[in-house]
Write a protein that binds this ligand. Structure first.
Ligand code: PBG
Length: 330
């Protein structure tokens, strides 16, 4: 190990004495360019409905979507991650891969309104299936892996055809990156990157999201496909598989309880790595702030800095708008 000076010759506090020297040695910077904002699109007209467990987050219909996009552009947030609330759910999640599904239409609306807004789509079936699981079920209620891959591939292609800049599969089926990559390539979308939710845990922190996206499983849970919170090496293997299958980005989700995993994945592969600061993490901050128990701005900027410091290249976060505004005031 490097030999550093010792007290009293070396006094670390000298470099903390004022804002100028602190900024000289600051190792991590965050900016609005690091953020991706999740957006929930719903059918209907004139809809702009706040999610009760996620204050400040709205489900929007296609006609109110442009205003939401303008707000993001004004704050400097460059990208959105789209989730859809379909008008119709069935056993096989048909609206997920319907060319006129809600997410496909939302891609068209955004691209017509603000072509420079970078549109990423969540590729999964749980929002679209009547049973709320992320794939096709067999008669025992088990999510069948290989038959689900075709549906996910069709969904990804339909998003790309509607103008999505990037697709982000979140289902945790085995082999989905290879299936989606080859389907995209065959359809002429070889330039559409894949952000894989490679290392996604079966987490209690998704609770508020399932209200927002109406995607709670009707029975059981997702432990037979999402990862065990106790595992880190398995998360590294998941990322390795997805990189080998053609992912352009890997992800660790949730973020804060899994910063060790994020750091491990980033160091292991030195590959583009996203972190998803999920709904439950957001709800906790909002609840504490609403009670006056924490200084929201300070805590949010600290936690976003921590996620980036741990190894995230980009952060998917519901705090994006507010954080971007706070950063521009500094
Ligand atoms: C869909 C999906 C989920 C989230 C993102 N994509 C929910 C889940 O897996 O149950 C959660 C996001 C959040 O909590 O903010 N599979």
């Amino acid at each position: 190990m490097t030999e550093y000076g010792k007290f009293p010759a070396y006094r670390p506090r000298r470099m903390r004495a004022n804002a100028t020297v602190r900024s000289f040695i600051r190792e991590t910077q965050i900016s609005a360019a690091d953020f991706i904002y999740p957006l929930f699109v719903m059918p209907g007209e004139g809809k702009h409905e706040e999610v009760p467990s996620m204050p400040g987050v709205y489900q929007v219909s296609l006609d109110t979507l442009p205003a939401e996009i303008d707000e993001l552009t004004d704050c400097g947030v460059p990208a959105v991650l789209l989730f859809g609330l379909p008008s119709h759910k069935d056993e096989v999640g048909s609206e997920a891969y319907d060319e006129h599904g809600i997410v496909q239409e939302a891609c068209r609306v955004i691209k017509a309104h603000a072509p420079e807004m970078y549109v990423i789509t969540d590729v999964c079936l749980c929002e679209y299936t009547s049973h709320g699981h992320c794939g096709k079920l067999d008669e025992t209620g088990y999510v069948m892996n290989d038959p689900t891959l075709e549906l996910l591939a069709a969904e990804a292609v339909s998003h790309a055809a509607a103008g999505a800049d990037m697709v982000a599969p979140s289902d945790m089926m085995d082999g989905r990156i290879a299936a989606i990559r080859s389907a995209l390539d065959q359809a002429g979308f070889e330039n559409v990157p894949i952000m894989s939710y490679s290392t996604k845990y079966a987490s209690g922190f998704y609770g508020p999201f399932r209200d927002a996206a109406d995607s709670a499983p009707a029975f059981g849970d997702r432990r037979a496909y999402q990862m065990d919170p106790a595992n880190v090496e398995e998360g590294v293997r998941e990322a390795a598989l997805d990189i080998a299958e053609g992912a352009d980005f890997v992800m660790v989700k949730p973020a804060l309880p899994y910063l060790d995993v994020l750091n491990r994945v980033k160091r292991e592969f030195n590959f583009p790595t996203a972190a998803y600061n999920v709904s439950g993490e957001y709800a906790m901050i909002k609840a504490a702030a609403a009670n006056g128990w924490i200084d929201e701005k300070r805590v949010v900027l600290e936690l976003l800095t921590s996620i980036k410091r741990a190894g995230a290249d980009v952060i998917i976060t519901y705090h994006a708008k507010e954080a971007a505004r706070w950063l521009s005031e500094e």
